[in-house]
Design a protein around this ligand. Structure first.
Ligand code: ADP
Ligand code: MG
Length: 342
């Protein structure tokens, strides 16, 4: 179970009737890579995944898997493992039978099938639960069965559609790390669909940011966080404040704020919440002040929202620092890496 593959989507357009859901998408996944499709609900992530799996034909374009064209192949003839958001387990089949199902579809002989299904259940840590029905398994265990069922066919690539969204918060973080570890151990090329930026940042080698059926930006988590090229990426990757303005003589200016050291032609200033601190008065290149509207305690941190003349500003500070009080007026101090311009 350590097949590696690469996947190429070449100028793929997908439509439901006359309505285009994915527009001229070109994307390449390298061997052993985990790439996330990240974007808000309705942007075309699941449609892209279903097209790759063979359930939705593209209107135009090509899909290549390991150099072979698979654009028009039926799903069961593509060597692709899929985990859906709902898991889609058969309720009347045991965990073992669920996992073996894909092998039955592929005409694998019974003894071989059972052996491989057992091994796949062991891979996901469920060796002892082979005889259980899905209804008698926890959400996390059902999730693992679905993963084992995708892996048992020894797929060339793995497609995961929001596989963590039905789990509670603690389990979600645990499964996230488990799936990433398993993916790296098997070296399996994986497309991971999510609307959760934390999930995408934590798991991915690269992230493709999607909006309205288009990939708007592609990069490593670090690239997208440190130097987003669009306000949408900056906003979507969480905890970003985007302020519209213009640059005159190297200084960015917007209503009630300015920042020295801006490149000519920039029209937006992006502030990273975790690199901002409340201060009694402005020091450094950023001049920005506002009234604290809310302070939320998040355990490890405080999330502080300010109302400034330029619009809302968010800061996230470690919880060992004293937070300002709601209603207080504070200046915003920018730590290194806080400010980028678009
Ligand atoms: P995401 O997974 O990013 O939330 P989808 O790929 O499910 O988005 O949907 C993309 C667009 O296609 C949306 O506008 C959605 O309403 C539409 N869509 C999805 N599935 C169907 C379908 N079976 N029939 C018609 N339109 C659909
Ligand atoms: Mg979806």
């Amino acid at each position: 179970m350590d097949k590696r593959g690469c996947l190429l989507l070449d100028n793929v357009t997908i439509a439901y009737g006359k309505s285009v859901a994915v527009d001229s998408l070109t994307l390449e996944l390298g061997e052993g890579e985990l790439l996330s499709l990240l974007g808000p609900s309705g942007c075309g992530k699941s449609t892209t995944l279903r097209m790759i799996a063979g359930f939705v034909p593209p209107v135009s374009g090509h899909v290549m898997l390991n150099g072979r064209e698979i654009t028009r192949k039926p799903p069961h003839k593509r060597n692709i493992g899929v985990v859906f958001q709902s898991y889609a387990l058969f309720p009347h089949l045991s965990a073992l039978e669920n996992v073996g199902y894909g092998l039955r579809m592929r005409n694998v002989a019974k003894t071989d099938r059972l052996e491989r299904a057992k091994a796949a259940l062991e891979t996901v840590g469920l060796g002892a639960f082979a005889a259980r029905l899905p209804g008698n398994l926890s959400g996390g265990q059902q999730q693992r069965v679905a993963l084992a069922r995708a892996l048992v066919i020894e797929p060339e690539i793995l497609l995961l559609d929001e596989p963590l969204s039905n789990l509670d918060a603690n389990l979600r973080a645990e499964m996230r790390d488990e799936i990433r570890a398993l993916q790296q151990r098997l070296g399996i090329t994986t497309l991971f669909v999510t609307h959760d930026q934390q999930e995408a940042l934590a798991m991915s080698d690269r992230i493709a940011v999607m909006k309205d059926g288009l990939v708007t930006e592609l990069g490593t988590p670090r690239q997208l966080c440190d130097a987003p090229r669009s306000a949408f990426t900056a906003g979507f990757l969480g905890a970003r404040t985007v302020i519209d303005g213009q640059v005159e003589g190297g200084t960015f200016r917007a209503k009630g704020t300015s920042c020295a050291g801006a490149p000519e032609g920039a029209t937006q200033m992006v502030l990273r919440a975790s690199r901002l601190r409340p201060a009694a008065e402005a020091t450094g290149p950023l001049a920005l002040a506002g009234t604290v509207s809310t302070v939320s305690y998040l355990g490890e941190s405080f999330e502080i929202d300010l109302a400034a003349a330029s619009g809302p500003v968010r800061m996230v500070i470690p919880s060992d620092l004293p937070p300002p009080a709601p209603g207080q007026t504070v200046s915003v101090e920018a730590l290194p890496g806080a400010v980028t311009f678009i």
